[in-house]
Design a protein around this ligand. Structure first.
Ligand code: ADP
Ligand code: MG
Length: 656
């Protein structure tokens, strides 16, 4: 009795229908998923001509019984599903029974397979969907499927294929990411004899990340403590980048639900929300997330190529992921290295990990996410749709005052753009010397000893800030400090902004704000729109520590303002808050509004750059910063501090 059967019509009709074979990478995806479903722990993918000329996926899985090898080519023939109810809780990657027939109809395919319990294997040859031959074959248990000349009989499809390099990059990205999701299995990718990926089984996801991307990338990532929720029905694990690693698009976000690579707006939004106020809204992190759950919690029968899912408890899942990431970010308090890193770091990574494209992530990019920005409130999520995207919501402009911004960016750019971590003018000529001369110029022994008590590989955490010694101020704007783990440069404005932001937000949330009375009430004249906004947010203003009251026709009197806010900024801040109210309040949650309000107050109240600070003030600032929940970036996502690690300094002076 075979394992594969053709689904009855009433089940087949319930399956999300549509095209599965768009390009070589879609073939690889389907074959790879079949191998994983077959329990294979050794999978080898071979390709030629970017997958157009040849794709071969060989596995050591359960194989197919002889009769099944033929049946597998029928539409809706599957071993993974039989009854309608099972559609509700799919635990395998495949379930539609359509991949093999779809691929076979647009290529020349050979299936070679043997089930462990049968002495002899089967070989089936198909071209353009027609079975050409069926014969016995001798082979180890497992399956090898060879797909040649993809779209040979569909010229229109062939025309849409991109260059060989692009198609190959899609394949490489796919195999790479499936290998990350299954560290215990072995994956290999070979293109025209060149090995692009070789990942032997390892014990943990971290080891697999190291294997595939190299040590540098692993160092830039925060590993999430695996966590469970809802009585073990959900588990989350994976890796996220420090907020300093900022990508311009979502191409470095990889989401797996039950080890299936998917794209999902809800989870993307949760990631953005976790990084809100830590990263500029236009930047994106690197993320590799594995959400595993009861199959019943998620509907995978949503999209023909099974790349979208629908969670039953969508908003709960959103918050679970957001909070888990946020906590991991807060806990690890990662210190930004100088110069700022970029990811994935090519050095030490396998060739497949370095190819630039990914079908899924590219699709994520194409799949414009209209409202999904860190500040976008959760309440707008259900309205998002792929067709007719609404106009993006107005962005908050929370940049600091014009006079402070240019000076800040130009001062930090010098640091970040240098290719050497510390200026090291002697490095290049020394390296270029011929070997024999280099011998003569050997560094004297007195230079060889390392400074005493030096920590070479300290945990790069902002917690180290508690133990730094202030050395002075650079350009009246940056605090320079020495710590056991290296040299720190701290942006005084941004640092103070972070301290105040957390303080204001805390007061706003708890509704206990400290006030200062103004000597004279400040009378402000509002436009009709501002007046309407004022009425809506008067309560929040009061919570923030403003005492205001209507004062005749379209004017208000401000009698008191939050403590810490310089009195001369009060007018500007009130108008700024009204502006935030106009832009955001209609859609934002109260929390979002409060965060924006706190950011605005913090920005106005913070010490400006180009301000000379007394040593005691610098001490105070750095200690307070160390005490914040999140000392790494300002509420707008700019870094607070840069650290030149001991290792980088020593490396630049050629001492290691
Ligand atoms: P689905 O994966 O949705 O069931 P497919 O068309 O991809 O549909 O495959 C049809 C059937 O062929 C599978 O259900 C499985 O029984 C069998 N099959 C396909 N590939 C393999 C493989 N690599 N190893 C073992 N069985 C396989
Ligand atoms: Mg399948």
């Amino acid at each position: 009795m075979g394992r594969i059967h053709v689904l009855p019509d009433q089940v087949a009709n319930k399956i999300a229908a549509g095209e599965v074979v768009e390009r070589p990478a879609s073939v690889v995806k389907e074959l790879l998923e079949n191998s994983l479903d077959a329990g294979a722990d050794d999978i080898r993918v071979e390709a030629e001509g970017g997958g157009r000329r040849l794709i071969r996926v060989a596995d050591n899985g359960c194989g197919m019984l002889r009769d099944d090898a033929l049946l597998a080519l029928e539409r809706h023939a599957t071993s993974k599903l039989s009854r309608v109810e099972e559609l509700e809780c799919i635990a395998t990657l495949g379930f539609r029974g359509e991949a093999l027939p779809s691929i076979a109809s647009v290529s020349r395919m050979v299936i070679e397979t043997r089930a462990a319990e049968e002495p002899c294997g089967a070989r089936v040859e198909v071209a353009g969907g027609r079975i050409l031959s069926v014969s016995d074959c001798v082979r180890p248990a497992g399956t090898t499927i060879t797909v040649r000349d993809l779209f040979f009989n569909v010229p229109a499809r062939r025309k849409f294929l991109r260059t060989e390099q692009t198609e190959l990059a899609h394949i490489a990205s796919l195999v790479t990411h499936y290998s990350l999701a299954h560290p215990a299995r072995s994956f290999e990718l070979v293109h025209e004899g060149r090995q692009l990926l070789a990942a032997a089984p390892v014990a943990s996801a971290a080891e697999r990340v190291f294997q595939v991307f190299g040590a540098e990338t692993l160092e830039e990532l925060i590993e999430l403590e695996p966590r469970e929720a809802a009585e073990g029905r959900f588990q989350l694990s994976g890796f996220i980048s420090r907020p300093q690693v900022q990508k311009t698009n979502r191409n470095s976000i990889f989401l797996f639900v039950n080890r299936r690579l998917i794209r999902d707006r809800l989870l993307l939004h949760a990631i953005s929300a976790a990084y809100a106020n830590l990263m500029p809204p236009s930047a994106f992190p690197f993320a590799l997330l594995f959400l595993d759950c009861d199959p019943g919690e998620v509907d995978v029968n949503v999209h023909p190529s099974k790349t979208e899912v629908r969670f039953r408890a969508a908003s709960w899942v959103h918050d679970f992921v957001r909070d888990a990431l946020r906590e991991a970010l807060v806990e690890s308090r990662p210190a930004p290295a100088a110069p700022l890193p970029s990811l994935p770091a090519p050095e030490g990574s396998q060739p497949a990990a370095r190819l630039p494209y990914s079908e899924f992530t590219q699709a994520l990019e194409d799949f414009r996410l209209p409202g999904i920005q860190p500040e976008t409130p959760r309440s707008v999520l259900p309205e998002l749709s792929l067709s007719a995207p609404p106009a993006p919501p107005p962005r908050l402009d929370l940049q600091p005052l014009a006079q402070t911004a240019p000076a800040e960016t130009s001062s930090t750019r010098d640091i970040q753009s240098g290719s050497q971590p510390v200026a090291s003018p002697y490095a290049e000529p020394a390296r270029e010397l011929p070997a024999e001369e280099r011998g003569r110029l050997r560094v004297p022994d007195t230079h060889a000893a390392l400074p005493q008590g030096l920590v070479l590989d300290p945990p790069s955490s902002m917690a180290a800030l508690e133990n730094v010694r202030i050395l002075g101020q650079l350009h009246d704007s940056f605090i320079i400090a020495a710590g056991p783990d290296g040299l720190w440069i701290i942006d005084q404005h941004v640092a103070h902004e972070r301290i105040l932001f957390e303080k204001f937000l805390d007061r706003l949330t708890r509704g206990r704000s400290e006030q200062q009375r103004l000597l004279l009430p400040l009378i402000l004249t509002l436009t009709p729109a501002q007046e309407a906004d004022y009425q809506r947010i008067a309560g929040e203003l009061a919570r923030a520590g403003f005492e205001t009251e209507p004062f005749g026709h379209r004017t208000i009197a401000v009698k008191a303002a939050p403590a810490d806010l310089p009195p001369q900024s009060v007018e500007q801040v009130v108008f700024e808050i009204l502006e935030i109210a106009e832009a955001e309040m209609r859609r934002a949650t109260v929390e979002d509004f409060r965060a924006a309000l706190a950011a605005s107050l913090a920005c106005r109240a913070a010490i400006k750059i180009n301000t000379r600070l007394e040593p005691e003030k610098m001490e105070w600032l750095v200690r307070e910063l160390a005490r914040t929940r999140y000392p790494m970036s300002c509420p707008h996502g700019r870094p607070v501090a840069l650290r030149y690690s001991n290792r980088d300094i020593l490396r630049s002076f050629h001492r290691i």
